[in-house]
Write a protein that binds this ligand. Structure first.
Ligand code: ADE
Ligand code: ZN
Length: 323
């Protein structure tokens, strides 16, 4: 897909899940390689799911098709190389050690493969990337705590943050708060998926109990003006993923998406692709839609790229160079 109107704009994203970046054609090749029947989740070159729950099942199935460090290196390298081709200079990749464990690869080899993919893409294109270790909420508090402990060991310098993704409707943030205490103590940047499928209470819980610098999505905070003011005053950055929200039915169309309203209320927001091929999108498409359909100017879009880089969980070098 080409998006010429925003071709010249520098881009950055801080919210893309690694397995969510796997194009269906690559997933199909992986399925063939490992002799897996994927007819229920892959049809006519597209992923098949109809709501958020089914999306999460489909995501976990796709993850199970990547089984070696080299599989992950190739996936990461191809995602970042394509992103660099859209004039993107930075990406933060959300990875879940549980997915490595579940296919018997193990967390170390899983992260090593992703790191190798980052290294190859950087060498080819100059793109910078960091890794955000995430716990999957639907795997339960114990597994999220284990993911935090893993991230906190600090074995890999590319791992700079901790996140929680998955089924937001499962449990309350308080069940998972100990994981974030571990990650905070280890000096990792904190972000959490909240206010995507659940309402403002989920964002308020995240602010109260996790105190994150950023929130994944967070868009449903718009339903509570006091919460919007709180996000503005705290300077919390919302990693907004409009195409994902439309595909998952959080909003019916881009016209009713709250990105612009949140921005106008003074909340710090940036654009992200989340799981691009699952949602028939790309970062370049998100930029183009912001410009063409959501009424944001080029200057405002540049401002969101700057926000992403300012909020990135990355050291002064390369942040200073990128900004
Ligand atoms: N994992 C991958 N994409 C996700 C999303 N949009 N929300 C929650 N968990 C996810
Ligand atoms: Zn996400």
């Amino acid at each position: 897909m080409e998006f010429p109107l925003t071709r010249h704009l520098l881009k950055a994203e801080i919210h893309c899940h690694i397995e969510g970046a796997a194009p269906p054609a690559l997933a199909a090749r992986q399925a063939e390689k490992y002799g897996v029947d994927t007819s229920d989740i892959l049809r006519e070159g597209a992923y098949v799911w109809s709501d958020f729950s089914e999306f999460l099942v489909c995501y976990d199935r796709v993850a199970s098709l990547f089984r070696t460090d080299e599989d992950y290196a190739l996936l990461t390298e191809s995602y970042l190389t394509e992103l660099a081709g859209e004039n993107t200079i930075y990406s933060e990749i959300i990875v879940s050690p549980d997915h490595g464990d579940r296919i018997g690869l193990g967390a170390d080899a899983y992260i090593a493969g992703i790191s190798e993919g980052i290294r190859r893409a950087r060498e080819k294109t100059g793109i910078e990337a960091r890794i955000i270790v995430t716990g999957e909420r639907h795997f339960g508090p114990e597994s999220v705590i284990a993911a935090a402990k893993y991230a906190a060991r600090g074995k890999n310098p590319l791992v700079t943050g901790f996140n929680m993704a998955g089924e937001e409707r499962m449990g309350r943030v308080s069940d998972y708060a100990p994981a974030f205490d571990i990650a905070r103590e280890a000096g990792l940047g904190l972000t959490i998926h909240a206010g995507e499928v659940c309402g403002p209470f989920s964002v308020a819980d995240a602010l109260d109990l996790v105190r994150p610098a950023r929130i994944g999505h967070g868009v449903r905070a718009v339903e509570d003006p006091e919460l919007v003011a709180r996000l503005r005053d705290l300077g919390t950055v919302l990693e907004v993923c409009p195409g994902s929200n439309i595909a998952l039915g959080v909003y019916p169309d881009f016209g009713s998406h709250p990105l612009r309203r949140l921005k106008q209320a003074g909340v710090r927001v940036c654009l992200n692709s989340d799981d691009p091929p699952f949602f028939h999108t790309s970062l370049a498409r998100e930029y183009q839609i912001a410009l063409e359909t959501m009424g944001l100017s080029e200057q405002e879009i540049d401002g969101m790229t700057r926000t992403a880089l300012e909020a990135a969980f990355v050291d002064e070098e390369p942040r200073g160079r990128l900004l």
